[in-house]
Write a protein that binds this ligand. Structure first.
Ligand code: PLP
Length: 389
């Protein structure tokens, strides 16, 4: 490890503060470091490995496709891409899918479509996108502009123009901001993940959806972190009984390989035409084959289990020693700890649990299929870390 650490420090760009742990193997929700120490993975690569590490179904699908065609240009048809688009549309009621490789790239596609829709429907002055304060939409220059947190913006000015930020859960502020700016779209995360695992209020989201519909302003839902079963429904917007015009997703959809998707609804399915958007790797057959395996297993019975595990976590931490509050939805959980979250995280790691933070909270994003006994074990270790002096 010490040699690896030296090489990594010397040659890998200095953008990540890594923990001093090298993960070399894993299965499901258990991972192992180079000394053989076992950890329960309560972060799943920041919500990516939906069915855990080296899940058999996912692995078989990926390996099978690997032996057929690893990449083809989007100039040709490939089966996994078409199949995945069909599954996504049938499960959501959306009409068309554009495939990308990451959350930021999926959001870029959503933003381009929203701008084109606005210009076509209401003229060239209709391009602004309203996003929420405390939101997170990615790290590219445009998705940073969409992100409603000033500290991400500071070092990278000037950002892409055409974004304004309004107060979450304040329908008056969002609607007035949208009208004042001749907005093309409003973009939200139903649960603000990086912002501290904070679900939006149901009444706010429903009023916003009604406002957007009445004013022909697109409602874009960023499901990069919340999507693909994470919140106990296939997509988080389904907890709010709304139908967005555009949905972006990534992370968990690929189960561990890079894949992003933009889902277009009735109003937007034909907005982007030939040659207006593209991505060399978008819809890669291996990534899509893995995603078909993941998506086709997230059915109602599976989501019911996600909800039950969620209830278990909430009840274990609510009122527990060293815990101030619990927030989130499904298996996307934020725990406001009395001690600094970073200290709790460190203790968890020492005691064999990998977790995450989001702002001042401990964040849990376990694999959706984590076995109950493994979850119970992890929760006990985390509770102890929260309570310890
Ligand atoms: N949108 C949301 C809501 C996210 O949580 C993230 C990443 O954390 C992104 C976009 C960016 O995704 P990526 O890192 O895959 O570009």
């Amino acid at each position: 490890m010490s040699n690896l650490k030296t090489i990594d420090k010397e040659y890998v760009a200095n953008t990540y503060a890594r923990f001093p742990v090298e993960i070399v193997a894993g299965k499901g929700s258990l991972v192992y470091d180079d000394t053989g120490k076992e950890y329960i993975d309560m972060g799943s690569g920041i919500g990516v490995t939906s069915f855990g590490i080296a899940d058999d179904g996912w692995k078989d699908a990926v390996i099978e496709q690997l032996g057929k065609v690893q990449h083809m240009s989007n100039l040709y048809y490939t089966e996994p891409c078409a199949k995945l688009a069909e599954i996504l549309c049938k499960k959501t009621g959306m009409k068309k899918v554009f495939f990308a490789n990451s959350g930021a790239e999926a959001n870029e596609g959503a933003i381009k479509a929203a701008r084109k829709y606005g210009a076509e429907k209401k003229g060239p002055g209709c391009y602004t996108i309203v996003t929420l304060k405390n939101s997170f939409h990615g790290r590219t220059i445009t998705t940073l502009a969409a992100t409603g947190q000033e500290h991400y913006h500071e070092l990278f000015q000037p950002l892409t123009p055409g974004f304004v930020h309004a107060e979450a859960n304040n329908i008056q502020d969002v609607t007035e901001t949208a009208l004042r700016n001749n907005a093309a779209a409003v973009m939200i995360e139903c649960v603000q993940g990086e912002g501290g695992v904070i679900p939006l209020e149901k009444s706010f989201v429903q009023e916003l959806a009604a406002f957007c519909k009445a004013n022909d302003i697109l409602l874009v839902v960023d499901e990069v972190q919340t999507g693909n079963g994470r919140t106990g429904k296939l997509y988080a917007y389904m907890n709010y009984d709304i139908q967005p015009d555009i949905v972006s997703t990534a992370k968990g959809v690929g189960g561990g390989l890079p894949l992003g998707a933009v889902l277009f609804g009735e109003k937007t399915e034909y907005v982007l035409g030939y040659g207006e958007h593209a991505s060399t790797f978008g819809g890669n057959p291996i990534c899509c084959a893995g995603a078909v395996s993941i998506l086709s297993r997230i059915d109602d019975a599976f989501l019911q289990e996600v909800q039950e595990k969620s209830k278990f976590i909430f009840s274990a931490f609510e009122g527990a020693e060293g815990v101030e509050a619990v927030s989130g939805m499904g298996l996307m959980i934020g725990i406001k700890t009395v001690k600094p979250a970073g200290d709790v995280l460190k203790t968890c790691m020492e005691n064999g649990v990998l977790a995450l933070t989001a702002k001042d909270k401990l964040r849990l994003l376990p694999a959706l299929n984590i076995p109950m006994e493994t979850l119970q074990k992890a929760v006990a270790i985390i509770k102890q870390a929260c309570a310890e002096e």
